[in-house]
Design a protein around this ligand. Sequence first.
Ligand SMILES: Nc1ncnc2c1ncn2[C@@H]1O[C@H](COP(=O)(O)OP(=O)(O)O)[C@@H](O)[C@H]1O
Ligand SMILES: O=C(OP(=O)(O)O)[C@H](O)COP(=O)(O)O
Length: 398
Amino acid sequence: MAIRTLDDLDAADAAVGVRVDINSPLAEDGTLADDARLRAHVDTLDELLDRGARVAILAHQGRPGGDEFERLEAHADRLDELLDNLVSYCDATFSAEARDAVDALDAGTAVLLENTRFYSEEYMEFSPERAAETFLVERLSPVLDAYVNDAFAAAHRSQPSLVGFPERLESYAGRVMETELDVLGAIEETPTPRTYVVGGAKVPDSVTVVEHALANDLADDVLVTGVVGNVFLTAAGVDVGRASTEFIQDRGYEAAIERADALLYEYGNHIHVPEDVAVERDGERVELGVEELPPGRDEPLKDVGSDTVAAYADVLESTGTAILNGPAGVFEEAAFADGTRGVFEAATRADYTIVGGGDTAAAIRQFGLSGFEHVSTGGGAALRLLTGEPLPAVEALR
Ligand SMILES: Nc1ncnc2c1ncn2[C@@H]1O[C@H](COP(=O)(O)OP(=O)(O)O)[C@@H](O)[C@H]1O
Ligand SMILES: O=C(OP(=O)(O)O)[C@H](O)COP(=O)(O)O
């Protein structure tokens, strides 16, 4: 069934629950270190408010027990600054205080309710039917007329605030959700040839993306970088050295080496592996050709080398669509940022470039790169969509 959008919603004076994903990196003092995810939702929220809705915003921040598990007051303040309309903060999620705050909203104003994950059921995964019976959904639904899900970046979770409300309320996709699904869900309609640039550290997911892209003729070329690149090098018989091998083993990625091996066997001429790498030697960047590997015992491979960047840039130069996921190296350290900067910069030269992944987007902002047609708000959710798997929160909207 087609998903309804804000175009189908009669917003005037309706109490609308809007699930957003404003989960953000925080500074030491608990303030927002980056507001990109908040800015992404401005269009959805302002549109609803301009149309006279009374908006209850639902969101999570961090994970229970984690460093970034925080209240949403700073998020409310920032949203209030970013939006043309008024946003207040409520120190409750679904209690009488929260319900009263929603009831008291004037048309064209919003309240951000407290972190949904302060409440234990929200950090569990449920079927939509079961999620509809959780306290959050049961208590909040009666004060709402409609539900909008704009939280694409959390759409791979089947938590109550993401899948439960559509069982009880008329439900719609927000503008972020709509755009993300339009772009990432329609890769096969983008210009060819298509090049997937797959790096970063979520190796099993990334190998699934490569499998899906090649098996379904979505990718003409695959360029591997980052830890994913190290796994493909290992599969190709290159000894990446003790430090990088242990890194792969410690994370339980050995099975991914076998899958990479099978992919190289079946689609070898479509998969490009690094020609050279940068290792850390005595705290410095040293570039080595793969024929010079293994490096010393304690020298991890932390980036791709300059020859690899040049070779990958050649492929990207004549590409119709580039799909980027995952940095090419440990870009957080200045000495190992060159590969990521070089490969990402080259990707902007493709006719059409799509980017997914939280760290990938952070790297783009860090380098001040522009020229990407679509930068996804999602990490895990974008990966899931790129592997062709359904997203529970999207299925719930159907
Ligand atoms: N060669 C490498 N060795 C260790 N870590 C790496 C390497 N290359 C990239 N990384 C790390 O991968 C992380 C990002 O990967 P990932 O989470 O998969 O990206 P995204 O959030 O964009 O999906 C970064 O923290 C980066 O330091
Ligand atoms: O940041 C998020 O996803 P991401 O790390 O895949 O970008 C979402 O807010 C989901 O958070 P979660 O991975 O704690 O469920």
